[in-house]
Ligand binder design. Structure first.
Ligand SMILES: O=C1C[C@@H](O)[C@H](O)[C@@H](O)C1=O
Ligand SMILES: [Co+2]
Length: 297
């Protein structure tokens, strides 16, 4: 059986409207975004800031287009704020996703993160967690994992450029120091390759913990230029460091093979933030779907 028969392909709204830089794609509407995802052949979506906040209302818009909710991003601040603040916000987010039928909750620690800072050099100023930060983070994530279990859900940790969990060593440390039944991992090809990590190595090592996947590709020259010129994460996105699978430097065939052989049956979300004025979101969503249809069958 081919991978395409075992997984579901979703699309993230970030190519239409970017929540990290809302000025990118501000003219694109929610209905255009979800209609184009469906038209391009996807059966799922993640959630952006233009989506209705009422779960029942959102469900109806999505059902009309044959879309389900794969998950949605949650920013935790376990290393820098009282845990109760993260906990309360997490429970609201969990309940919203649960009402929408999602099974996994994307969590990324934003304490000390520079990903949202427009002028901070991405590589030189990447945060490095202290022992105390790590202890808070690992215990806090396990607590979020337990809260997710109350609704039969799992948290999937999103390693991310410009955060304290970006490199192979940091991902390994997080996995080694959290309980496997409480903290799962999200595998994002774009962040791994931009950071200089080997995605196949990460997948092989942590496949038992990987319960959600983001597929994005990297434009090699742009990523190298951002690094060489001390650009920020957001500048990189604006300049086109990320693109959809099939349009950049990543060979997805061996990655798809690994995923297939691992028995993964969750979502694969095409998520490629770039300037919608330069890269038409529908055109690129279609390009990615055609490429995945070729390599996943
Ligand atoms: O999953 C993601 C969500 C975005 O908000 C983030 O910045 C992006 O890079 C990503 O991978
Ligand atoms: Co991602």
């Amino acid at each position: 059986m081919a991978l395409a028969d075992k997984v579901n392909f979703a699309c993230a709204p970030i190519a239409w409207t970017n929540d990290d830089m809302p000025e990118l794609g501000k003219e694109n509407t929610f209905e255009q975004c979800i209609s184009e995802m469906a038209l391009a052949g996807y059966t799922g979506t993640e959630i952006g800031n233009k989506y209705p906040k009422d779960a029942e209302v959102l469900k109806k818009y999505l059902a009309l287009r044959g879309l389900s909710v794969a998950s949605a991003w949650f920013s935790s601040f376990i290393t820098t704020k009282p845990f109760e603040e993260t906990e309360q916000a997490f429970v609201r987010h969990r309940d919203f996703l649960h009402a929408l039928g999602a099974k996994v909750i994307v969590v990324s620690e934003q304490g000390r993160s520079i990903q949202g800072q427009k002028n901070t050099p991405l590589f030189a100023k990447k945060p490095v967690f202290s022992k105390e930060d790590w202890l808070k983070l690992t215990k806090g994530l396990e607590a979020l994992g337990e809260l997710a279990h109350e609704k039969n859900m799992e948290i999937v940790y999103h390693h991310h450029m410009g955060t304290g969990v970006q490199t192979t060593a940091e991902i390994d440390y997080l996995m080694e120091n959290t309980a496997p039944d409480k903290v799962s991992l999200l595998f994002d090809t774009g962040h791994l390759v931009f950071s200089g990590e080997d995605p196949i190595d990460i997948y092989k090592k942590h496949k038992k913990r990987i319960k959600h996947i983001h597929f994005k590709d990297v434009r090699k020259e742009v990523a190298e230029e951002v690094k060489a010129n001390s650009g920020s994460f957001l500048l990189g996105v604006r300049k086109g460091a990320f693109t959809v699978p099939g349009d950049g430097m990543i060979d997805f065939k061996p990655i798809v093979k690994e995923i297939d052989e691992s028995g993964y049956t969750g979502w694969i979300v095409v998520e490629a933030e770039q300037d919608p004025d330069l890269a038409n979101p529908y055109e690129y969503a279609l390009l990615a779907k055609k490429y995945l249809d070729q390599i996943a069958y």
